[in-house]
Ligand binder design. Structure first.
Ligand SMILES: CC(C)(COP(=O)(O)OP(=O)(O)OC[C@H]1O[C@@H](n2cnc3c(N)ncnc32)[C@H](O)[C@@H]1OP(=O)(O)O)[C@@H](O)C(=O)NCCC(=O)NCCS
Length: 159
């Protein structure tokens, strides 16, 4: 499949509305524009977005992480429905890892729902390994049903 024509750039505070929109669309419920704005203004946050190229550029996805000392954590990752399965999330996370490594992070963590097969496949492909489990961590926005979360870890010093 041909790669979509897009570029990856640092997310800025005025991207907050777009990030909030994609987050809500992807997860069924999401953080508000104000929450994204606050996170993007925090110097510990590393945010990247993927935007389609061309005059009517639109945001296709984003990743947000927080770095502290030599560890970092992915806070959110989402790609719009139409842009999925074209390598956008992989490109975002690979670029994020490069950015975090230059900041001195040695390990990257995240939590993923046990039934989020697309995300688990993505992280597995990127080399994340299971580091723990949180029981009943997620509560479905629509059903209220609880699901476990796996804690995944990627060694950023390996490559
Ligand atoms: C998970 C998500 C970010 C993946 O985005 P994406 O841009 O479609 O992913 P990519 O195209 O970069 O896929 C990279 C790899 O992930 C895996 N993958 C992605 N989507 C998949 C799917 N639906 N089923 C199975 N594997 C999938 C594949 O292994 C793929 O590698 P390959 O193309 O070499 O086979 C996207 O589905 C999404 O936004 N989901 C809703 C929000 C979410 O769950 N975020 C993660 C929270 S932890």
């Amino acid at each position: 499949m041909a790669l979509p024509d897009y570029c990856i750039a640092p997310a800025r505070s005025d991207d907050a509305a777009s990030l909030s929109h994609i987050h809500a669309e992807s997860l069924g419920s999401g953080w508000s524009e104000q929450e994204f704005s606050r996170l993007l203004c925090d110097p510990a946050t590393v945010g990247l977005n993927a935007c389609s190229a061309g005059p009517e550029s639109a945001m296709l996805g984003f990743v947000l992480a927080r770095a502290a000392a030599d560890e970092a954590e992915i806070l959110a990752l989402a790609v719009t429905g139409k842009a999925r399965c074209q390598g956008v999330a992989r490109a975002l996370v690979e670029r994020l890892c490069a950015e975090l490594a230059t900041r001195g992070a040695a390990a990257l963590y995240l939590e993923v729902a046990e039934d989020n097969h697309a995300a688990r496949a993505l992280y597995g492909r990127l080399g994340f390994r299971r580091a723990g489990k949180r029981e009943n961590y997620y509560h479905g926005p629509r059903t209220g049903q609880s699901r476990d979360a796996f804690i995944l870890r990627l060694d950023l010093t390996a490559s």
